[in-house]
Design a protein around this ligand. Structure first.
Ligand SMILES: [Zn+2]
Length: 372
């Protein structure tokens, strides 16, 4: 074979030749096409301790675990850091290609700031008009004030991230009520029953949820995700019941969960928080995906203080906070990792189920790699 064949990843370093196929596969996708458009990485630096990050200024990925081939967590982390690189590298390209940027960013002329001019009348009869302010999504994403290495294409999804955040946050009370009702119903059904009867009731409980139309995964897919966490699907085990019930109600453990009073089906008042549902059952990168979108109203990974320490996009809503560059780039990096590593088809379903708008927009950005 002549060596004229071009890599699906374009011009890449020797380290990338080793790691990229393990993370992104060996057949061309919208992801490999995007990678083929960005510069090759400088040497990937080894860190001590349990840390990994991407540095936009030097374009360096830093890892502590290089066992990308055999360790799923290492593979997901490398792919996540590469997601940050793509986020920054592509924005750098668009910063100097205005015509491409207008096609690449979905709905670029939509106003993210639209303050109308305001006329104030004085009692004396005079008046003065305060001028309005307008800013387009394009101008916010390719923010000239911050410039190269600070801009990120993930900010193109700021409106969708906020929309998913509102839905997921508004769902918490309803979701926790349904979650608690389900578990109480189950408890009432098994009380006083024999082991075999309890097993049959719990098996039916899980099957009914999983087979319902709105549940995003089939039983085998649930089994595979639990196995990733070293958990065996077992109707007698709390973790299996918790995982399936938490997915049904779109909940994921959050350490920031505050106790809320819920009115249950039987009329009693019950106190619960997002600390109670979906505990130790979700992959940390999936938990970080919904965590980044909701500022940890559900999910976990990066802390709220971490997200706060970034530039802000123009998207802000009272009661729901801001979308910072931290929220958008972490969501994008987690999306990139979960869309490409092991069981990507299952995680894609789960991401679409919890955060349909963000997931759809990130996918669109990767599709638009053809424009670069
Ligand atoms: Zn990250």
């Amino acid at each position: 074979m002549p060596s004229t064949e071009k890599s699906i990843f374009g011009d890449i370093s020797n380290q990338e030749k080793e790691y990229l196929p393990l993370s992104f596969g060996t057949v061309p996708t919208i992801f490999t096409r995007m990678i083929s458009k960005v510069p090759k990485s400088p040497k990937i630096v080894k860190l001590r301790g349990d840390r990994a990050f991407y540095q936009p200024v030097s374009d360096e990925i830093n890892l502590n675990d290089f066992n990308i081939k055999n360790n799923l967590r290492a593979r997901r982390i490398f792919t996540h850091e590469f997601g940050h690189k793509i986020d920054h590298n592509v924005a750098n390209i668009l910063l100097v290609k205005d015509d491409v940027a207008k096609k690449f960013i979905p709905n670029p002329n939509r106003l993210v700031v639209d303050i109308k001019p305001k006329t104030i009348k004085f009692a004396s009869g005079g008046s003065y008009t305060k001028s309005g302010v307008k800013k387009t999504l394009l101008d916010d994403v390719l923010n000239k004030q911050y410039g190269k290495n600070s801009v990120q294409i993930s900010n193109s999804a700021q409106t969708q991230i906020m929309a998913d955040r509102i839905n997921l946050k508004d769902n918490i009370k309803v979701g926790l009520t349904g979650y608690t009702d389900d578990l109480i119903d189950l408890k009432n059904k098994i009380v006083g029953k024999t082991f075999d009867q309890r097993f049959a009731i719990r098996t039916k409980y899980l099957d009914d949820i999983i087979n319902s139309k709105s549940f995003p995964l089939n039983k085998n897919e649930v089994k595979i995700l639990l196995r990733e966490k070293g958990i065996t699907y077992d109707p007698t085990k709390t973790q299996t019941i918790d995982f399936v019930t938490a997915i049904k109600h779109k909940l994921v453990f959050s350490e920031y969960g505050k106790p809320i009073k819920l009115k249950l089906k039987n009329g009693t008042i019950f106190t619960a928080s997002t600390r109670d549902a979906g505990t130790n059952v979700f992959d940390p990168m999936f938990a970080d995906y919904v965590g980044a979108i909701t500022d940890n109203a559900i999910g976990f990974g990066h802390k709220r203080s971490y997200y706060e320490n970034f530039f802000k996009t123009e998207t802000i809503k009272r009661g729901y906070g801001k979308i910072t560059y931290g929220h958008s780039t972490e969501a994008f990096a987690n999306f990139t990792s979960l869309s490409n590593t092991d069981n990507k088809e299952i995680y894609t379903k789960l991401m679409k189920y919890y955060a349909p708008q963000t997931t759809k927009t990130f996918n669109e950005l990767y599709e638009r790699s053809k424009l670069l």
